[in-house]
Design a protein around this ligand. Structure first.
Ligand code: ASP
Length: 314
């Protein structure tokens, strides 16, 4: 059990008197009655997950790499705000280890505290005989969701976690994991970079209608790579298209969509609309959302590899 902070771990800090995400895994597990599973604990850091950096996620990956071989499974307690990114970062680096992330939408001590049951469910998933094929998953509100697709879709709801494309690996009730689908395997990067990448390495731009050219140029200037969340099926407004093509002559540019789901490129409705972008070397990312494409491009650059679109293999 790796505790990293987040709402699930909130308690009053005896030193400062302030509420902070400091509870350890042992303290959290002690609150679950009848938990008779042998657990090993670590707490590499204790933060609100909005403060997480590539440095933290790299530390987490190294911790999992070290702990996983000696244990049936690994549970990571994490803040919910960046849980999907931490889980994806980890699955890119270490796709083969079973890791169950969990957190809480409500803090300990409140009527709606959901951390205890999420933690119990995550432990049940991590030690399930089915866990070895799962890779990294998020276990929230009795659902088991894949790291590559899970999103926090509501800022406060207990059932906030779902997936962009409707993928659901299973449910967990009464300490039993019930598989509903076979987890997909992908062309994961399957490597941990030697050092934490810079958070500024990749520029991340979300396009809107009537985008500002000056803003676009300022956002991509100086970056080693660019991820663009385009409109609809990957449409790039004419106002910035020449700038997208110009920057793609200098650094890798990955295009995804700002829509909640679905791939980029709609060959049927706008034939050849992407030809100039493709000719300029822009990569179309058909599965990942912008934040995940940013992580994949950042890690690819750190590992000295070209960006490969995220694809399943059968
Ligand atoms: N801001 C908190 C965090 O991500 C929210 C949570 O854990 O639910 O750490």
């Amino acid at each position: 059990m790796i505790a990293t902070g987040g709402t699930i771990a909130m308690a009053t800090d005896p030193g400062s008197g302030l509420r902070r995400p400091i509870l350890s895994g042992a303290q959290l597990a002690a609150r679950i009655s009848g938990l008779d599973v042998p657990l090993a604990h670590s707490q590499p850091y204790a933060i609100a997950s909005e403060d997480a950096t590539f440095e933290h996620w790299l530390t987490l990956a190294r911790e999992v790499e070290q702990l996983a071989p000696g244990h049936a499974g690994v549970v990571v307690m994490h803040g919910t705000d960046t849980m999907e990114e931490a889980a994806f970062f980890l699955s890119e680096c270490l796709p083969r280890h079973p890791v169950a992330f969990c957190g809480a939408m409500q803090p300990p001590g409140t009527v709606g505290y959901d951390g205890g049951r999420n933690l119990l469910d995550a432990i049940s998933v991590a030690r399930s005989p089915l866990a070895p094929g799962l890779g990294t998953v998020v276990v929230m509100n009795h659902e088991v969701l894949p790291a590559w697709d899970v999103i926090k879709r509501d800022s406060v709801a207990l059932d906030s976690f779902s997936t962009r494309h409707g993928t659901r690996i299973g449910t967990v009730h009464d300490r039993q994991l019930r598989l509903l689908s076979r987890p997909l395997q992908f062309n994961w990067l399957n490597a941990i970079p030697a050092a934490a990448p810079s958070a500024d390495a990749v520029a991340y731009v979300r396009l809107t209608g009537s985008p500002g050219r000056r803003q676009f140029r300022a956002a991509v200037g100086g970056a080693d790579g660019v991820v663009i969340e385009a409109l609809g099926a990957g449409s790039v407004p004419a106002a910035v298209k020449a700038d997208v093509i110009a920057v793609s002559a200098l650094v890798p540019v990955v295009l995804t969509t700002r829509t909640g789901s679905g791939p980029v490129q709609a060959e049927d409705s706008y034939p050849h609309a992407w030809d100039d972008l493709l000719a300029a070397g822009v990569t179309l990312e058909k599965r990942l959302d912008g934040p995940r494409a940013r992580i994949r491009l950042t890690l690819s650059l750190a590992l000295d590899r070209a960006y490969a679109p995220f694809e399943p293999y059968i």
